[in-house]
Design a protein around this ligand. Structure first.
Ligand code: SF4
Ligand code: SF4
Length: 665
């Protein structure tokens, strides 16, 4: 080893020690959070890292900015080979990747190509930030300074790498055969090649110093996501986005009653803060934000990180927290306000769009739980809703004894589980299907179709209670768990093979969230179930009865983004309609919420434009005859929207079960 190697060794050890210190520091902050297992299903997690992380699939949902970022990311992967080579050369000056033979020629050429592309991408990023000023890069306290430092450091890393590549052939002529692959760097930095011996050393040391500085700047920067984004994708939820559940046992003095500050968040909810790139994709699609509410999902995540950085250094080191810091709780006017939390429709658009799979809805609901269960602080109108759920087993003010009113007018009697004990399909009618005057017609349509197809089914009737979705999303977890457990006990009395639901909220809760309480039902939505009855010819369609309308279909968030059911409803509409099926601009996994999810169905909307009006206007801009839905909440919101726009005569809002019944033999 010569002097240069010793100098490198000292610098390397100092940089790595400081970086490790910072990783351990942040780890100690995360350890303050609640426990959560995010390490099972290794295969599925690796697959996500490959698709979302390496493949950049979510970033590319926004093609222009996405491509720019993807080039920077892929460029970094190729660059790793140059970094590795430079670091090993720090210890062994004569080391070269050219030892790999022909493969090294490809690696060298790719280094130059991606180096150039990253340089171009950095200039585009600076141009976009300082000249184009995209809306989603503004607000929430997001500043240009940190991003600019990072972009300049990336530029420095790339230019010095190209400089090393352009000059190293003269310094190591023994590898010249392989170094000829650096023709891009040689061409770009030709003037330096004439005095290569001098410039090589300058470029090499600058490259090393910039990389090590970059690495140690990251933990203090908002761009720590460069380190955390792939781990965050790995650690993100597998499958549908269920809410975190801990059984509430009021005897337990440590029972989780919600998150008012960072210690009540899970470690993963805190880690999300360190993975946020501040790109604003989440906020740009948030229906609450788009309609002028104070909620920005990006701000929620940034606030969590800022509060962790403010408070955790004291808590993690068991130091007394200064009163002025202790009093600035996470849920307070200093960080996240009640209004922000209540504005969320739990539509999951933010989660779907986030390139690093951050999960915004879980902490939002955890903080709502704090408001409801610890502080008893919630919008006044929810008092009646909670009391209805407690007393009637439904958010509506109707008694449970009226749960079968929807069957009135049918020319057959709907079979009751209590009279059958064993049957193939339990038709879970749901609160809206039982009590909402408009949606009762959908329940009747589904029952008629089941009868036509000769399905062996039954309903629970007066034994059925609200599935608990609204109570959970509104933060009343205790009430939700009471309803969930009662429903599970009721269902245990009967033998059946599957549950048929018309409401996507029932689908999500009973199908995916009851599992945490020990039940494991096969739950299907009527779009799938009835579609299958048509496919197997148990329901036959009459050509002369088919509609000839212009129909647009509104995706329910809980059917679409939560359960990935997009095509089944569309297929059914195409089968019963010989007219056009026209798509709204925001459709399928980019669909805009109707405004009713997350318990917003039961709340007044006093700030900004109404979400249902925003969505209705989008639908009406297509001049449809029918807006089709697959969810009782969407049905209510869009019907109200059409009425408010004065279009009730021309435009009908219909569930596709109704359309199917109209066209069936
Ligand atoms: S779930 Fe929907 S409403 Fe809530 S923050 Fe995300 S995008 Fe906004
Ligand atoms: S939460 Fe995700 S989508 Fe939102 S700003 Fe952060 S990285 Fe971007």
């Amino acid at each position: 080893m010569d002097l240069q190697n010793y100098a490198f060794l000292a610098l390397f050890l100092a940089a790595m020690s400081f970086f490790t210190y910072n990783l351990l520091r942040i780890r100690s902050y995360l350890m303050l959070g609640r426990a959560e297992n995010r390490f099972q299903n290794t295969g599925a997690r690796i697959a996500k890292v490959i698709g979302i992380g390496i493949g950049q699939s979510k970033i590319l949902r926004d093609p222009a900015a996405g491509l720019m970022h993807a080039f920077i990311f892929w460029g970094f992967l190729v660059l790793l080979t140059a970094v590795l080579e430079a670091f090993i050369q720090g210890f062994y000056s004569d080391f070269s990747i050219s030892a790999l033979g022909a493969i090294s020629k490809i690696i060298f050429a790719l280094q130059d190509l991606f180096g150039l592309l990253v340089v171009m991408a950095v200039f585009y990023a600076l141009f976009r930030r300082y000249v184009l000023h995209p809306k989603r890069l503004k607000g929430d306290g997001h500043t240009n300074t940190d991003a600019t430092i990072i972009l300049l450091l990336i530029l420095g890393v790339m230019v010095t790498m190209l400089g090393v590549n352009a000059t190293k052939g003269n310094v190591h002529p023994e590898n010249i055969e392989y170094y000829k692959s650096h023709f891009i760097a040689a061409k770009l930095l030709q003037p330096f090649a004439s005095n290569a011996l001098t410039y090589y050393g300058i470029f090499w040391w600058a490259h090393i110093i910039i990389i090590l500085s970059f690495m140690n700047y990251l933990p203090y920067s908002k761009h720590f996501h460069i380190v955390t984004s792939l781990p965050n994708v790995y650690l993100s939820k597998i499958g549908t986005q269920t809410l975190d559940t801990e059984e509430i046992n009021l005897e337990n003095e440590n029972v989780f009653l919600g998150a008012g500050d960072i210690e009540q968040l899970t470690w993963k909810e805190m880690f999300d803060g360190y993975a946020c790139t501040e790109c604003g994709r989440c906020t740009s699609v948030c229906p609450a934000n788009l309609t002028g509410k104070p909620l920005s999902p990006r701000k929620i995540i940034m606030n969590i990180r800022d509060r962790v950085n403010e408070k955790a250094p004291f808590s993690a080191n068991k130091k007394d927290i200064p009163p002025e810091i202790e009093s600035r709780k996470l849920v307070s006017e200093h960080y996240i306000t009640d209004e922000e939390l209540w504005a969320c429709t739990s539509c999951m658009a933010c989660v779907k769009e986030c390139p690093v799979n951050i999960e915004h809805v879980n902490p939002i609901v955890d903080m709502r739980r704090h408001l409801v269960q610890s502080e008893s602080r919630f919008p006044g109108e929810l008092t009646t809703v909670f009391s209805n759920m407690e007393n009637n087993g439904a958010p509506w003010a109707f008694p449970q004894s009226e749960r079968l009113k929807w069957t009135e007018g049918l020319d057959f009697s709907v079979p009751l589980a209590a009279n059958k004990a064993e049957f193939d399909v339990l038709y879970w009618v749901g609160c809206a299907g039982s009590f909402d005057a408009r949606y009762q017609n959908v329940s009747r349509s589904v029952a008629k179709l089941l009868n036509k197809a000769g399905v062996d089914y039954a309903v629970l009737g007066t034994e059925e209670k609200c599935n608990g979705d609204s109570a959970r999303r509104l933060g009343n977890e205790f009430l939700a768990q009471t309803l969930i457990k009662e429903n599970i006990e009721t269902m245990k009395k009967y033998k059946f093979n599957k549950i048929l639901v018309s409401c996507p909220h029932c689908l999500q809760t009973i199908g995916n969230e009851y599992k945490a309480f020990g039940s494991n039902y096969n739950v299907v939505h009527h779009s799938e179930f009835i579609g299958n009855l048509v496919t197997v010819n148990k329901i036959q369609l009459e050509d002369s009865k088919k509609t000839d309308k212009k129909i647009t279909y509104h995706d329910s968030c809980y059917l679409g983004r939560y359960n990935e059911i997009y095509e089944e409803p569309r297929d059914l509409i195409k089968k019963v309609n010989s007219g056009q099926l026209v798509e709204m601009k925001r459709s399928k996994d980019k669909g805009l919420c109707c405004g009713a999810g997350g318990g917003r169905m039961w709340m007044e909307e006093k700030i900004g434009k109404k979400v249902n009006i925003e969505r209705t206007e989008e639908a009406l801009s297509l001049n449809p005859d029918v807006i089709s839905t697959a969810c009782p909440f969407c049905m209510t919101m869009l019907t109200d929207g059409v009425k408010e726009k004065g279009k009730s005569e021309e435009v009908k809002v219909k569930d596709f079960a109704e359309l199917l019944l109209e066209s069936s033999k």
